[in-house]
Design a protein around this ligand. Structure first.
Ligand code: GLN
Length: 242
């Protein structure tokens, strides 16, 4: 078995070590003797998204998000939408998750029309939603408790019928008011959690890997790993956020 992973916009959506999520997925596959191929796809790349099992998009500042617009309009947005509808697994973080929605309006009122793959929108605010936080994934996203770090001015609002990734236990999440965190649409997982989020949330990482394996091979058995170090970090943050 092998998973092909595409890391989109690693050159500009690269905040808070989000690329560590790709390394975490790579290692947790290799430790199980599952093949993994990783393709970085920077801004302007003409490589196709076709054939990938998993796509990762990290976070970025408002300025970097604007740089993407031409690239998205020149066909990448349609490719992303097609991949999502075809059931490709996506992990997207903060700005990378916002861009899958209909639009992002900055705190200064500048509107960026984005991919429109998921019915949601984001509006920037003067005050940033920042800090360590934790949330519980919904059952259809694995049900694990995730600890992470958020830093965004954008407040995201999900359209009717669009499921969140989880519910906030401590911190802000999508907008600091409706108690939702992230988004789960088909096999897309969107979160505000930087950090990178996956290393100290091994159950969440494995759920994402299993989603991609299930789609590709019809089965998703992952042998257990020794996650004692990861869970030490996870449980300590959980305690601090009680
Ligand atoms: N620029 C977006 C915001 O401030 C995304 C930030 C991020 O990716 N950390 O909400």
């Amino acid at each position: 078995m092998e998973l092909k992973i595409c890391h989109m916009y690693p050159d500009i959506l690269n905040l808070y070590g989000d690329r560590g999520n790709v390394t975490c997925m790579e290692k947790r596959l290799q430790w199980r003797n599952i093949g993994v191929f990783i393709q970085r796809m920077p801004l302007g790349s003409k490589k196709s998204l076709a054939g990938f099992d998993l796509v990762f998009i990290g976070g970025g500042q408002d300025f970097e998000q604007q740089l993407l617009l031409d690239d998205l309009r020149q066909g990448r947005a349609n490719e992303i939408k097609a991949a999502i509808e075809d059931g490709v697994t996506f992990l997207t973080v903060c700005g990378g998750f916002q861009l899958l929605g209909n639009y992002y309006k900055s705190a200064e009122g500048k509107r960026l029309d984005f991919v429109g793959a998921i019915d949601m929108y984001t509006e920037g605010a003067k005050t940033r939603l920042t800090g360590n936080y934790k949330f519980k994934c919904c059952p259809d996203s694995g049900g694990s408790v995730v600890v992470g770090f958020e830093n965004h001015s954008g407040k995201t609002y999900l359209g009717s019928g669009i499921s969140p990734l989880g519910t906030v236990l401590k911190g802000f999440g999508n907008n600091g008011t409706d108690g939702t965190e992230g988004v789960h649409y088909k096999n897309v997982f969107g979160t505000y959690s930087h950090g990178p989020v996956l290393p100290k949330n091994p159950e969440f990482c494995d759920y994402i890997l299993k989603t991609a394996l299930q789609r590709k091979y019809g089965t998703a058995e992952l042998i257990p790993l020794d996650d004692s170090a990861e869970l030490l970090a996870h449980d300590e943050m959980c305690r601090k956020l009680d």
